[in-house]
Design a protein around this ligand. Structure first.
Ligand code: SF4
Ligand code: SF4
Length: 131
């Protein structure tokens, strides 16, 4: 659940948020086909899409790690994967501990994403055989 330099109390208080999702970078959508792919992600339950502080686009699967105990500790702590050991990166605060959310833009539904594009004047409607 934590790096050793993170105070355990902070981690327990946050509810182990980093153990409750998987986020993977995806391409920055720039055309109708890619807008359509983002819409497709968002049509699934427990899937979000967000833009982080580096303007990277990520797909987030809201799913709890099977090794997270009810008290928010890790049952395989000595053998946890490196992605768990390396979070947060050395010298960086945990993004979930900040008052600010860990994303610049968050979409939880396809309609939210469509409205975001419409506010930018972008026609997102993808039709077969269109580029
Ligand atoms: S392996 Fe442990 S530290 Fe890693 S996500 Fe699961 S519960 Fe959290
Ligand atoms: S999200 Fe941050 S504060 Fe919460 S458990 Fe993970 S490392 Fe600790």
């Amino acid at each position: 659940m934590t790096r050793e330099n993170i105070q355990l109390n902070d981690c327990l208080a946050c509810g182990a948020q980093c153990c409750r999702h998987v986020a993977m970078q995806t391409e920055t959508p720039r055309c109708k086909r890619e807008y359509d792919n983002i819409r497709w992600f968002l049509m699934h339950e427990n899937v979000n899409v967000f833009v982080d502080d580096e303007n990277d686009w990520l797909v987030e699967f809201k799913t709890r790690c099977s090794h997270l105990r009810a008290d928010n500790t890790c049952e395989i702590y000595p053998d946890r994967p490196s992605v768990c050991r390396d979070y947060p990166p050395p010298g960086s605060p945990c993004e979930y501990g900040d008052a600010d959310p860990p994303h610049k833009v968050l979409f939880t539904t396809a309609r939210e994403f469509e409205e975001y594009l419409e506010r930018k004047g972008i026609d997102w409607r993808y039709k077969k055989n269109e580029p």
